[in-house]
Design a protein around this ligand. Structure first.
Ligand code: WT7
Length: 655
């Protein structure tokens, strides 16, 4: 994971010449400006990038640390900033979104059209009584409607919480319950890889599980032709609510700290946390990082392949590119349908100039391309590309080199962007016209971001020595709290021993000579599978919730060539340890059960059965031993505190 290469790629001269941040000296000057007067630096950018209804007079308020406030006496509207403002600047006819459906149909909307659509949805929501501060859960696939629904919430000051369409009814129910949402926006179905998958039916199932009594309305966007059931009084077609509404809608001007959205993510313990983001500070960083990290310009075609159900889709589809008046792609489908050349074909067809995706996608497309020339990037015209990006997990140098050579034609810088749901936007990343690149390293902090590596007591560690990744100073787009749980927020991110630094949860190391950062992976019980973040505890709870079969379960990650990490579960059944076909059959039942409890993305790749788990005499499961077994490594660790050493051999056997 911490592998880096030693090849250095300097920014191409033509890019340096025109980049928003042009040359390494310009990067350094911005860092110096931030260091010299932190408040003035962020204040300057917040005035330049955001249109405020009421200008702020104070930048950072740290009087209630770690509950920081930014631009607190300013008011704004995020949707105004992303839409109206662009129309007012003369971009009304410019294409905002190029939507490509799973089957290849293309729909384009201009800024004026998107604004009209957002206003109609916003008016529709208002007509149902949805108001500032109400939570709205959005459970929908990649679509113009999805982006518009998020923007419509922002327009009326409602707080959206998008739930990824791959999550199960149970997960959806838990999130609706935790937010206390008044409405759900969904679609009849989603289409992926040529198949229609239900969405509304899952919403029905989630609501039937109970605990969602706050929901008054379910709005359904029509995507397919599948039959759905509509509950009288609760469920309405979006078209019936929105289409007759006026195409203008006065925005709700909100305070900068007003929550824009909640997004659930996994922690090391317990249930997923509702990460709460602000309006002003969040929008600033989403816009600023889109501008500097991707060097977005007026004539670019930007494509972030993430789903709007993840933070990457929030910052780099719904908010950042639109705030800058950019043109972007929204893609409904999957990278391998109708074949593994889909991404390359779309880049060619839409003349994409900036392409942002996850290492796991690249690795799986490498495999496909190596097996079949027809889906190799060389079979497509990718000359429109000028910048490539990577996000979600470390990118190994081999995948980096392939991406650079075969997708970028050797001429496009790759920005390896390190950040998190909690950080709102990029934290450590190259700037394409400024930072020399080293494959496998996310290079240096974004200007104004104070990432550092410390030991367990918060003291800096020298370069070349690994440690804990922290952020020393608060930044505008940081998480404000965990929804409804201030205490958990402080405990998770501001542990007392770290001197008031933000704890990212990752390990990292800086290069001795260059100071470049390499992320070495999570230091807590959080897994990263295909760039999706999951807590081991969540998967364990899902397994043991199969009370008929499972007595005990422990989940660890192991390295995987394609998905980065793979989920490996060790399970003790309430019946004798199965082998052969019986073990396979039970493993399938348990996998499906996890799929039902959390969603298909959480299904363990390996399930091993044992009569017991390796435990200390005090009963603590020794996960580090399980990690070695999962990897197929010989056990070299000290096992003297283990109560039942014989169990290791049994778990190491493949059953
Ligand atoms: C975790 C955050 C960032 C948005 C998508 C994921 C890992 C993320 C990188 C990178 C190495 C990375 C970290 C981080 N991660 N980007 N460029 N290099 N690791 O957001 O679901 O909140 O996950 O993803 O472990 O903590 P998330």
């Amino acid at each position: 994971m911490s592998e880096t290469s030693h090849t250095i790629y300097t920014p191409p001269a033509d890019l340096v010449a025109t980049a928003h941040v042009s040359g390494f000296a310009a990067y350094e000057a911005l860092c110096k400006e931030a260091e010299a007067d932190y408040g003035a630096y962020w204040g300057r950018l917040a005035r330049e990038l955001i249109s405020w209804k009421k200008p702020f007079t104070q930048t950072l308020d740290d009087s209630q640390a770690p509950f920081f406030k930014w631009f607190a006496d300013g008011t704004l509207n995020v949707s105004y900033n992303c839409l109206d403002r662009n129309v007012e600047r003369g971009l009304g006819n410019k294409t905002a979104i190029i939507f490509e459906a799973d089957g290849g149909e293309v729909t384009k909307v201009s800024y004026s059209q998107l604004l009209a659509k957002v206003c109609q949805i916003a008016n529709g929501l208002r007509s149902l009584g949805v108001k500032k501060g109400d939570r709205v859960v959005i459970y929908i696939a990649m679509s113009i409607d999805g982006v518009a629904a998020m923007q419509a919430c922002a327009r009326i000051g409602a707080i959206h919480s998008v739930v990824f369409g791959g999550f199960s009814a149970q997960s959806l129910r838990d999130r609706i319950n935790d937010t206390g949402a008044v409405a759900v926006i969904t679609a009849d179905c989603q289409v992926r890889g040529g198949k229609q998958l239900p969405l509304k039916a899952i919403v029905d199932e989630a609501l039937a599980l109970g605990g969602c009594e706050s929901i008054q309305n379910v709005l359904v966007v029509k995507r397919g032709g599948n039959a759905i059931s509509m509950t009288e009084g609760r469920d309405k077609w979006m078209a019936d609510v929105a289409d007759a509404q006026p195409t203008t809608c006065e925005p709700e001007w909100v305070e900068a700290e007003h929550p824009l959205f909640l997004l659930y993510t996994s922690g090391s313990t317990g249930k997923p946390k509702g990460v709460q983001h602000s309006s002003g500070g969040y929008l600033l960083h989403a816009a600023l990082t889109t501008k500097w990290t991707f060097d977005l310009k007026a004539d670019d075609v930007f494509w972030c392949t993430a789903d709007i159900g993840w933070v990457t889709g929030h910052s780099y589809i719904t908010y950042g590119p639109l705030a800058l008046g950019g043109t972007e792609i929204v893609f409904e489908g999957v990278p391998t349908y109708p074949d593994a050349g889909r991404f390359w074909k779309m880049i060619q067809d839409h003349k994409v100039s900036i392409f942002y995706t996850a290492p796991t996608a690249i690795r799986s497309l490498i495999k496909a391309a190596e097996a079949n020339d027809a889906v190799h990037p060389k079979s497509y015209d990718l000359s429109s590309l000028r910048i490539l990006g990577s996000v979600g997990e470390p990118i190994n140098p081999a995948a980096w080199e392939w991406y650079h050579k075969h997708v970028g034609g050797g001429r496009c810088p790759i920005v390896d962007t390190f950040w998190q749901t909690e950080t709102g936007g990029h934290m450590i990343t190259p700037l394409p016209g400024a930072t020399p690149l080293v494959p496998g390293s996310c290079t240096l902090p974004f200007p104004g971001i104070t990432t550092a590596i410390v030991d367990e007591t918060g003291n800096d560690v020298p370069n070349g020595q690994g440690g804990i990744l922290v952020v020393k100073k608060p930044w505008p787009s940081m998480i404000r709290t965990i929804w409804g749980d201030n205490e958990r927020f402080v405990k998770s991110y501001y542990p007392a021993e770290l001197k008031g630094y933000y704890l990212a949860g990752d390990g990292a190391i800086r290069d001795e000579k260059t100071g470049y950062f390499t992320i070495t992976g999570r230091i807590d019980d959080v897994l990263n599978v295909s760039g999706h973040r999951m807590g081991t505890m969540e998967i364990e709870s899902a397994l043991v919730s199969h009370t008929e079969l499972v007595a005990e379960a422990a989940v660890v990650g192991r390295p995987d060539d394609t998905t980065g990490e793979a989920i490996c579960a060790f399970v003790v059944l309430k019946r004798p340890r199965p082998t052969g076909d019986e073990a396979k059959a039970i493993a399938k039942i348990l996998r499906d059960h996890v799929g039902k409890e959390i969603g298909p993305i959480a299904k363990p790749k390996d399930i091993r059965f044992g009569d017991n788990l390796p435990k200390t005499r005090s009963g603590k499961i020794m996960r580090r031993l399980l990690r070695s077994i999962a990897k197929g490594e010989a056990i070299t660790q000290d096992t003297s505190t283990l109560e039942n050493p014989a169990i290791l051999d049994q778990l190491s056997e493949n059953n």
